[in-house]
Design a protein around this ligand. Structure first.
Ligand SMILES: Nc1ncnc2c1ncn2[C@@H]1O[C@H](COP(=O)(O)OP(=O)(O)O)[C@@H](O)[C@H]1O
Ligand SMILES: [Mg+2]
Length: 364
């Protein structure tokens, strides 16, 4: 099921003296989510991710704009008629019901022509349980399950309705690091198997990069950029997106363009032909540094971390104030750790320039 958001806006009115200001949680959000894809809605806390999901499932109604599922305008359709499955951060399982009863619950409350026979319900529940691999746990209660198992039950409960759209709001944030990795793989597998168009909310860029077909990056209610993970990483539209994606993060230098060259400090580090003289931010990805004895960028060497396949060089530079510089280079490179300085050449494709004022990308 394709999802289209058209100029979707949600403003919460200010309330009383404590919160006098209106908050526009979702601001003129337009995008198209292709049928069968998994989209990560990525952004910092408070940027409007949950509100966007709540608009999609019908828990909130928009101030303006439209939502389409396929060709159908569902903006004013009540939640139960939208055919969406929703999974929340805190699972929200019924504690007094068994796993099986929890999954059955959404089916038992159906009315009229949507009612299923006992046998149909039973076979749907078992099929869904198999899909998320919890067949052995059907008679337990939620408190007798691990966090990962509880989350799978919550996903089964959302899937048993055979929704047109699956919405997941930070579904992994209550799990420990290892389980988070494993569960995200499982969610991806289940999504691929079922082919259900899925919106997955997260503030974790690594999670977003690793499981989604496309990433939509949000900031202050506004969609900053949407694209394939690698595209958004390689070709960010602005400094915010460049900084939000990537671990270790992009290294941001104050630089300037003079006479068709990029300067960092006093050193011309790259050609920048065709660009007018201007002040810029130069973002250098950690993998954009080449260790080179006579390289143009001279940094103060702080320390070196050996990470098996790679070496992480931690350094500093006056034009990169307030940020510890991190370069990732191949383990075959020899860094002279006794030296106070380290010199780099730069890979042009890994250096991104941004306007100093607007922080918009400058292509060169
Ligand atoms: N019901 C509400 N009433 C007023 N403000 C809200 C409400 N829900 C969310 N907000 C505000 O909208 C903004 C976006 O919130 P939210 O969608 O929960 O962000 P996220 O999920 O990205 O952390 C925040 O500033 C939040 O305080
Ligand atoms: Mg949220």
């Amino acid at each position: 099921m394709k999802i289209v958001l058209e100029k979707l806006t949600k403003t919460f009115p200010g309330r009383g003296r404590k919160n006098p200001e209106d908050v526009t949680a979702v601001d003129d959000f337009s995008c198209e989510i292709p049928d069968g894809e998994l989209i990560a809605l990525l952004g910092p806390s408070g940027c409007g991710k949950s509100t966007t999901l709540n608009l999609l499932c019908g828990l909130e109604s928009p101030t303006s704009g439209r939502i389409l599922f396929g060709e159908e305008d569902i903006t004013d359709l009540p939640p139960e008629l939208r055919g969406v499955g929703m999974v929340f951060q805190n699972y929200a399982l019924y504690p007094h019901l068994t796993v099986k009863q929890n999954i059955l619950f959404p089916l038992e409350n159906r009315k009229g022509k949507d009612r299923l026979s006992k046998e149909e319900m039973e076979s749907r529940v078992m099929e869904t349980a198999r899909l998320v691999q919890i067949e052995e746990l059907m008679d337990r209660r939620p408190k007798e399950l691990s966090g990962g198992q509880q989350q799978r039950v919550a996903i089964a409960r959302a899937l048993v309705k055979m929704p047109r759209v699956l919405l997941l709001d930070e579904p992994l944030s209550n799990l420990d690091a290892r389980l988070r990795l494993k569960t995200r793989e499982e969610i991806r597998k289940i999504q691929k198997k079922t082919g259900i168009t899925t919106v997955f909310v997260t503030h974790d860029q690594d999670e977003a990069m690793s499981i989604s077909d496309r990433i939509a990056v949000m900031r202050l209610g506004v969609l900053m950029q949407m694209g394939r993970p690698q595209e958004v990483y390689d070709d960010p539209l602005n400094l915010f997106v460049a900084k939000f994606l990537g671990t270790p993060p992009i290294n941001v230098f104050e630089g300037r363009v003079r006479d068709g060259k990029l300067y960092i400090g006093e050193e011309a580090v790259l050609p920048a032909e065709g660009l007018a003289d201007q002040e810029v931010f130069a973002g250098i990805r950690p993998e954009g540094f080449i260790l080179q004895e006579d390289g143009p960028l001279t940094c103060e060497l702080n320390r070196v971390e050996i990470m098996g396949r790679d070496i992480s060089v931690i350094a500093s530079h006056p034009a990169c104030a307030g940020q510890t510089l991190r370069a990732i280079i191949g383990a075959e490179s020899k860094v002279d750790t006794a030296s106070p300085a380290v010199r780099f050449a730069l890979k042009p494709g890994k250096v991104l320039l941004f306007d100093r004022e607007t922080e918009e990308r400058i292509r060169f």
